[in-house]
Design a binder for this molecule. Structure first.
Ligand SMILES: Nc1ncnc2c1ncn2[C@@H]1O[C@H](COP(=O)(O)OP(=O)(O)OP(=O)(O)O)[C@@H](O)[C@H]1O
Ligand SMILES: [Mg+2]
Length: 280
């Protein structure tokens, strides 16, 4: 299953996705954590300074294109219009994933988009280009029952509107009890509906029952779980927060229930629709 953590800036995407990755790892799942944000908070939470020598997957598009049988000049979207048969796997580990990831001491495998490149800084490419490799990798990644991919996305609705989301099985939208966090969460939910990708809400930074009421009233529904304010999390985001274990388990169980393992089908449909739109 592939879970993507989404939400407004500061809502807790990196904290909650790190905790889910640590929790699932402690439950003997095989975890691939993907840091899709240039701030790299998930990487620092999970890997500390061990991640210095990693090859950033932001540069992996050409390798992935060649692996699936596309020519250098072709757009990656051609892979979905041609319905190519190549698949990436974690066991056995595809060589392209091995090249652009690192196995941490705790057993979690980590991939990092990486910081902005010169191409972005000098205006040759848009910063979204650093997550484009995921648009090819995720829909073609075939997972076993015990394998889970946890993605920490960039803040806000912008990343979601690039369509990357058809490559995930479920979006976990994190919101805090603050009006703009909830507005963004609703906006992201609308985009998820557009891309026909399941999602669920998680309330974070909860300090009181008023916080829960505020979220439920402004959101118009009850989140799957509430995560309380945690001093332990703030002080040591690399350690599993023990007081959250019931909620982390609940989030994973609901994700399993709601997720739809049809990301390749959804992605093919999206590219067919895009193709028709631009040729009419
Ligand atoms: N439940 C919580 N209790 C206490 N502090 C929290 C909680 N959740 C998140 N925080 C703190 O809030 C800040 C923002 O959290 P985090 O970086 O996880 O959010 P984010 O959504 O990933 O932000 P960004 O949009 O910058 O990527 C951090 O300092 C983190 O320690
Ligand atoms: Mg973050």
């Amino acid at each position: 299953m592939i879970l993507a953590f989404l939400g407004k800036g500061g809502s807790g995407k990196s904290s909650v996705s790190s905790q889910i990755a640590l929790y699932l790892n402690s439950q003997h799942k095989s975890v691939l954590a993907i840091d899709a944000d240039h701030n790299m908070d998930l990487s620092y939470n999970l890997g500390g300074d061990d991640v210095k020598d990693i090859m950033y997957y932001g540069n992996a598009l050409m390798d992935l294109q060649l692996a699936v049988g596309l020519d250098k000049g072709e757009k990656y979207s051609a892979a979905f219009l041609k319905k190519i048969t190549h698949r990436f796997t974690l066991s056995p580990l595809s060589s392209e994933i091995e090249k652009y990831s690192v196995k941490l001491e705790n057993g979690i495998r980590l991939m990092i988009a990486g910081p902005q490149t010169d191409d972005v800084l000098y205006g040759k490419a848009c910063s979204h280009i650093l997550t484009t490799p995921l648009k090819l990798l995720l829909p073609l990644l075939e997972l076993q029952e015990n394998e889970v991919v946890v993605i920490d996305e960039k803040a806000g609705a912008d990343g979601v509107s690039t369509g990357i989301i058809t490559g995930v099985d479920i979006g976990v939208i994190v919101c805090e009890p603050a009006l703009h966090s909830i507005k963004t969460a609703k906006q992201i939910a609308e985009l998820m509906k557009f891309y026909k990708t399941p999602y669920m809400f998680v309330g974070n930074k909860i300090a009181s029952s008023e916080d829960k009421n505020f979220i439920e009233e402004s959101l118009g529904e009850v989140p799957i779980a509430y995560l309380m304010e945690s001093t332990n999390l703030k002080r040591n985001p690399s350690l599993l927060v023990s007081e959250w274990s019931d909620e982390l388990s609940m989030i994973f169980e609901h994700a399993q229930k709601l997720s739809q393992n049809n990301r390749l089908e959804r992605t093919i449909k999206k590219f067919q629709r895009n193709h028709e739109f631009s040729h009419n």
